[in-house]
Design a protein around this ligand. Structure first.
Ligand code: LMR
Length: 328
């Protein structure tokens, strides 16, 4: 079966880290929506699977399904509870239906850079938040950072008012919706796999994402240019079903969790480098990147930061303070 799936994936032009699972091995399926390689999440998932397949050989076998080939981010949450998949890493913006606390991570201009994000992930506040969806059956195993988001559109965006009247694709995030509203634009929630087509056919005028997503999905090819706003974090929750995790034999669970933890550390260590590489890849491929001067950036901050007030009660002022403290 594994071979048939691998051939199917190749025929579709996708690349999967499909392991050959032996009889008797527990199969761990990991579904995600981004490129299989050259992307922080794609690479981290492969590394995680490689380690499980080597170190837990005979006991467990991990298969990775990238590029929304198995489930999109909405469906994957349900699939985790049904046991159709055991691991996923949706962005923290996509947890609206399960907890409102993760709106924290979406607050615009909350983190000064990826180092601040790493410092915050190491705090007790962030560790407690890993379990925010436990009541509804999920266990967060770790945060996988992906980068800061940049805006792009079918016309140059220098100041936030340049987005006035434009329609932007967003993830299923009410914070993002409020942020786009503050720019005078309108927001449309769309699955990741639909973004390229929506940009190409002008269903939407623009989008916001990381350098890695903009490059690997080729969004830059169907946009006028990308503005280096670094306005928001994109990070994922490596998540599993609590029931599945608890069903594992204690020694198997311990070994699995240890590998998950180490894979998380090494994934987060290479994000900045991968992001810089994909920023350069966009330039090398002929894409346009616009940098903001201090004054222009201050205008984006002034327009977007006021949306925090709307979400403070959901995320908790203490959590905001803890996140801001990681900036220094
Ligand atoms: C998006 O939908 O834009 C992102 O969450 C995709 C991803 O997983 O990076």
């Amino acid at each position: 079966l594994a071979t048939a799936l691998t051939l199917g994936a190749l025929a579709l032009g996708t690349q999967t880290a499909m392991a050959q699972c032996d009889d008797g091995e527990m199969v761990i399926k990991f579904a995600h929506v981004v490129a299989a390689s050259g992307h922080p999440k794609g690479d981290a998932a492969t590394l995680f699977a490689d380690r499980v397949n080597e170190e837990m050989n005979g006991v467990a076998c991990m298969e990775v399904f990238p590029n929304s080939t198995l489930f999109d981010d909405d469906k994957v949450m349900e699939a985790l509870l049904l046991g159709d998949v055991q691991l996923a890493a949706p962005s923290l913006s996509k947890f609206e239906a399960y907890t409102l606390k993760y709106r924290l991570f979406d607050l615009p201009f909350l983190f000064s850079d990826l180092d601040a994000v790493s410092r915050f992930f190491a705090t007790d506040t962030a560790k407690d938040l890993l379990l925010a969806t436990e009541e509804v059956g999920y266990t967060g195993l770790g945060y996988w950072s992906s980068g800061m988001k940049q805006f792009s559109a079918n016309k140059p965006l220098i100041l936030p008012e340049d987005g006035n009247g434009l329609k932007f694709r967003i993830q299923t995030s009410d914070v993002a919706e409020a942020m786009i509203g503050a720019m005078g634009g309108s927001a449309q929630k769309l699955a990741f796999s639909e973004v390229y087509g929506a940009l190409q056919t002008k269903v939407v005028d623009g989008q916001e994402n990381t350098w890695s997503n903009i490059y690997t999905q080729k969004f830059f090819e169907v946009q006028d240019g990308i503005t280096e706003t670094n306005h928001q974090l994109l990070a994922y929750l490596l998540v599993t079903s609590t029931e599945w995790l608890e069903s594992l034999e204690p020694d198997v669970r311990d070994q699995f969790l240890k590998i998950a933890e180490e894979a998380t550390v090494s994934a987060n260590n290479s994000v900045a480098e991968q992001e810089a590489k994909n920023r350069q890849n966009i330039l090398d491929a002929g894409g346009t990147i616009r940098e903001l001067n201090e004054e222009q950036r201050a205008a984006w901050v002034a327009v977007m930061k006021p949306v925090w007030a709307e979400f403070e009660a959901d995320v908790g002022t203490d959590n905001i303070a803890a996140a801001e403290a990681a900036n220094t």
